[in-house]
Design a binder for this molecule. Structure first.
Ligand code: ATP
Ligand code: MG
Length: 401
């Protein structure tokens, strides 16, 4: 078994020494069987949070009302959750009440998909009451028990199914798929933030195109922010998506295919509750993409965009044109730029005001921009004296005086 498990074995041992059961559970066990890299391990136990606190001196109550505490042990921390069952889902999302239980099996039964409902003990034995291993072998996502019931309990599971499809390149089991299409209206009850998390994970998975198509064809997009009624656009989006896209690039492609304009882009991305910085970046790349659809790259464009944003715009551009991405030209243009940022310009507004003996005003900005442009294009070297001479000699002064 992998390193993260080995490191955590003493934690299981300590819980067992105190007379309780403890297992690895959830995504880490699934990924272990899949041979995927494991980041952090989740642990489930028959011990109650209070009982765990007696075993481990250093803990945090991260989600104690759901039975989860964070245990610090030898410089690492572990999320440990008491076995629980969930009952009475009256609002299609979280259960009204969780009950702590002493049975591993019942804990596994409340989990979403069979591949996520396995446990592993400290010797590496797999406990698999719902044939999760078999589902993994068949690359199938199947709910534990009746999908209508399970999606009715928590509608987010439908989006989780599609994001796992993308992340693992699995397919969704037949019955689960039918149920998903029938129940997608229940997504109305789910908070946008939770949808966004799943959607972005979906966009980062290798199977993103198929997963986006499923969102469109199942009707799930009707219940995603700003996508209602845009099946055709979303399908077009899916066909241009590429596996190596960064998240921002996928968002740019999406707003492009939706045909959104400046203010609409902002509104759309706000509906998804994306952070302001991210929205800014997406809008920036989108603006460059529009440029690129009409023009070739030039030094000024690359300078204003910055290397990373320019490359992102080119990547989306290439996918729209169905051509291979080539960022060579952008890199070359950027490489030979005499300055990469305004702050590298060896002239300040004060210099220019001094030289011309003028008060500040709108003219100054125009002058500085003209100087900047001339430096970018190599018309004048980025040296204070040379720029002064050039400014005196050029007709810029006479024109604008
Ligand atoms: P990832 O690799 O993305 O973390 P994961 O399977 O670990 O995938 P988590 O959201 O971390 O997913 O959840 C951990 C485990 O908790 C899942 O494997 C599953 O057993 C259970 N689980 C999570 N969300 C739900 C849910 N909405 N309904 C039922 N069980 C869930
Ligand atoms: Mg996890």
């Amino acid at each position: 078994i992998g390193q993260p498990f080995i490191q955590a074995v003493p934690v299981l041992q300590l819980i067992e020494d105190a007379g309780f059961e403890a297992y690895f559970v959830g995504g880490s066990v699934r990924d272990h069987i899949l041979g995927r890299e494991i980041s952090d391990v989740d642990i489930a136990t028959s011990a109650l949070p209070e009982e765990l606190k007696r075993i481990f001196p250093k803990t945090n109550d991260v989600g104690i009302e759901h039975g989860t505490i964070l245990v610090h042990y030898k410089g690492e921390h572990y999320e440990i959750t008491t076995f629980r069952s969930e009952e009475n889902y009256t609002d299609f999302r979280r259960p009204d009440k969780v009950s702590f239980i002493r049975s591993l099996n019942d804990d596994l039964q409340r989990r979403d998909f069979t591949m996520n409902a396995m446990a592993m003990d400290k010797e590496g034995n797999i406990i698999d009451p719902f044939a999760g291993k078999e589902a993994i072998n068949k690359k199938e996502i199947v709910t534990v028990g009746n999908p209508d019931e399970r999606f009715g309990e928590d509608a987010l599971r439908m989006l989780r199914a599609v994001r796992f499809q993308s992340q693992l390149s699995f397919s969704i089991g037949k019955q689960t798929l039918v149920s998903l299409a029938a129940n997608c209206h229940l997504l109305e009850n789910i908070a946008v933030e939770r949808k966004t998390v799943e959607f972005e994970k979906l966009l980062m998975g290798p199977g993103l195109s198929e997963a986006v198509q499923l969102l469109a064809n199942s009707g799930m997009i009707q219940y995603l922010p700003g996508l209602k009624g845009h099946r055709d656009e979303v399908i077009r989006f899916s066909t241009h998506l590429r596996g190596n896209f960064q998240l921002a690039e996928s968002w740019v492609l999406l707003v492009f295919e939706l045909g959104l304009k400046d203010k609409e882009i902002e509104e759309f991305l706000r509906e998804w509750k994306l952070p302001v910085q991210k929205i800014k970046r997406i809008k920036h790349i989108h603006a460059l993409l529009l440029h690129r659809l009409k023009n070739e790259w030039n030094p000024e464009l690359v300078y204003n965009a910055g290397l990373e944003v320019a490359i992102s715009a080119e990547i989306v551009f290439a996918s729209l044109q169905d051509i291979d991405t080539s960022t060579e030209k952008i890199r070359e243009l950027h490489e030979v730029l005499p300055i990469k940022h305004r702050k590298e310009l060896n002239v300040t507004g004060n210099d220019v005001m001094d030289w011309l003996d003028k008060q500040p005003g709108p003219w100054l900005r125009e002058y500085l921009e003209e100087i900047e442009r001339s430096v970018i294009y190599g018309i004048v070297p980025n040296e204070k004296e040379k720029i002064k001479e050039w400014l005196n000699a050029s007709n810029l002064r006479s024109e604008k005086n």
